[in-house]
Design a protein around this ligand. Structure first.
Ligand code: FDA
Length: 540
């Protein structure tokens, strides 16, 4: 084989360049580690909280909470250091030393970010993993709780239920989701029509800011406190803990899962659901799970699951359903009465009688996935639904839509109350999902991703427009990033920013400019400051 002078020269250049990069990054890392150890007050614990790739437990630490194996392949960039603070002072030192030694710091609470932004990055980075900061204190008398960001939703629910059978919290359905990302991105579950989002029910927070100072609501000021309740914590600092307002729940709630296929009027029922579900009594939450299944004999159909919780007893539920949605034909035998805490197990598919301790389990089986979101303002016509069915048939058992009704409390809260703007006027939200085995090769994975992108494109006429709204906690880098083609474009950031935040995006930029003008806290979809963009803000 012959090599041209040019190709040999390029090869040598690349080798030298990679070598010098490796040297730079390893010396930066050593400086960072020295700084961290010199500035940490309790040096005896340092060995327990710092992990570098040389440590035997580095990979188990890294992979421990990764929810999307799409971002844990050998080709995914890995952190130079993982820090798992035991104390808030470790967070302060990590911020100080990362700034000093120009290390990119990213924060991980529960590791559920859909695009892996809490555990991977395109530039060399340190993960600050808050897993050890997970205390939960419930004050039943005042109906409040103080929750550290590293706790999971399951732990929050479990601890509330241990103290009271008549208090709950309106956050997400999956128990392994972390409080830090979930609360700071909005966070909703089966009580959103009654009480709004998790972020609507936060009354105070503690954050470590870019200067390493610990601020509470009073000292951070109302603008920053506004921003971290739905604007995403990653742009503004490290949120250590939250004070939340607990909400009343009745001693008995009623749940049901009713399934219909197309031969059982599935399409008509979905069509009717679109007209009524956002107008139901706010105690009633009926969401849809739509997927293609194969029947005996190989024929395909669409399975519609009406997945529901009612804050009350079965007789009141049946009366309401008879009045508001008789077409479903709900009967007593479809329903189960239980406590609110048991309903959190029901939504996760656990059998009746399952011990509540399962809510404390962080280990889950994971599959690679890609998701996207939409908001709908008018019912989709039957032909439109049939087009969705056709597309679901192409990914039987892998593709699905989870459709969440709005209305109730969501209509009462103004669009600018917190950064999450998707309120009155939305009748429901769609989450599109496609799952596949992590072992599938890149070509297969790309096929699944293309499928969901085509479905999203098909949905354009039926969903919100100008902007086409999206939910931050269902992170989707397809809608834009800060570093597209290596350049950061303000115009582009405002495109994805408006999708997530509508007009609140401009205020988020102002808050960011005020609290982090040099853009220390950043990722591929973080808010950038509106000044000093060119020089100080680094790679994104
Ligand atoms: P993770 O640790 O990955 O963080 C997400 C983002 O927040 C990252 O950018 C990270 O840097 C930042 N961040 C995390 N902690 C921070 C902190 N303390 N300070 C500052 N920034 C911080 N959503 C929903 O509303 N309802 C639901 O029912 C569900 N269900 C659900 C199930 C499953 C299986 C998954 C994978 C996800 C969901 N979600 C959801 C979406 C979930 O709300 C979203 O992914 C959250 O951001 C996850 O928060 P984690 O702390 O787990 O993520």
């Amino acid at each position: 084989m012959k090599y041209s002078f040019c190709s040999i020269f390029s090869y040598i250049f690349i080798l030298l360049f990679s070598f010098s990069c490796a040297l730079t990054s390893s010396s930066t890392r050593e400086n960072f580690l020295r700084c961290f150890s010199q500035n940490s007050s309790n040096t005896s614990t340092i060995f327990e909280i710092v992990y570098t790739p040389n440590d035997p437990s580095y990979f188990s630490r890294l992979n421990f909470s990764i929810q999307n194996p799409r971002f844990s392949s050998p080709f995914t960039p890995k952190p130079q250091v993982i820090i798992t603070p035991f104390h808030v002072s470790h967070v302060q030192v990590a911020v100080y030393c990362s700034r000093k030694h120009k290390m990119h710091l990213i924060v991980r609470s529960g590791g559920h970010d859909y695009e892996g932004l809490s555990y991977t990055s395109e530039i060399p980075f340190v993960i600050l993993d808050l897993n050890n900061l997970r205390s939960i204190n419930i004050d039943v008398e005042r109906s409040t709780a103080c929750v550290e960001s590293g706790a999971t939703l399951g732990e929050v629910y479990y601890n509330i239920a241990k103290k009271s059978g008549n208090l709950g919290f309106p956050a997400g359905i999956c128990p392994t989701v972390g409080v830090g990302g979930h609360f700071s991105g909005g966070g909703y579950g089966a009580m959103l029509r009654k009480y709004g989002l998790a972020a609507d029910n936060i009354i105070d927070a503690k954050i470590v800011n870019v200067d390493g100072r610990i601020l509470d609501r009073k000292s951070m000021g109302e603008d920053l406190f506004w921003a971290i309740r739905g604007g995403g914590g990653a742009s503004f600092g490290v949120v250590i803990s939250w004070k939340i307002k607990l909400v009343p729940v009745p001693s008995t709630v009623t749940v049901f899962n009713v399934q219909r296929i197309l031969a059982q009027d599935g399409t008509q029922l979905v069509h009717r659901w679109q007209e009524v579900a956002h107008k139901f009594h706010e105690n009633l939450f009926v969401r849809l799970i739509l997927q293609a299944i194969s029947l005996d004999g190989g024929k395909k159909t669409i399975q519609v699951t009406f997945n529901s919780m009612f804050l009350g007893d079965v007789d009141s539920l049946l009366m309401l359903m008879q009045k508001s949605f008789p077409e479903l034909g709900l009967v007593k035998e479809d329903c189960t009465q239980m406590s609110w805490i048991e309903s959190t197990l029901f939504f996760n598919g656990f059998p009746r009688g399952q011990s509540l301790e399962v809510l404390l389990d962080r280990a889950t089986e994971t599959r690679s996935f890609k998701a996207k979101s939409d908001f709908v303002k008018e019912p989709i016509p039957v032909e439109g639904l049939e087009g969705i069915w056709e597309r679901l048939y192409k990914e039987v058992g892998k593709g699905m839509l989870i459709v969440t009704p709005y209305g109730g409390k969501m209509d009462e809260i103004s669009e600018s109350n917190i950064p999450f703007p998707h309120r009155k006027g939305n009748i429901y939200q769609i989450q599109y999902l496609i799952f596949w085995d992590a072992k599938e090769n890149v070509t297969e994975s790309q096929k699944h991703i293309s499928w969901i992108r085509r479905l999203y494109s098909y949905m354009t006429p039926y969903v919100s427009k100008s902007p086409r709204e999206a939910y931050l906690n269902y992170r989707d880098l397809d809608i834009g990033t800060n570093n597209n083609k290596g350049k950061r474009s303000v115009a582009e950031a405002s495109i994805w920013g408006k999708k997530y935040f509508k007009n609140n995006f401009d205020k988020l930029v102002l808050v960011k400019t005020m609290v982090d003008p040099t853009n220390f806290f950043k990722n591929q979809q973080s808010i950038s400051p509106c000044v000093s963009r060119s020089k100080k803000s680094g790679h994104y």
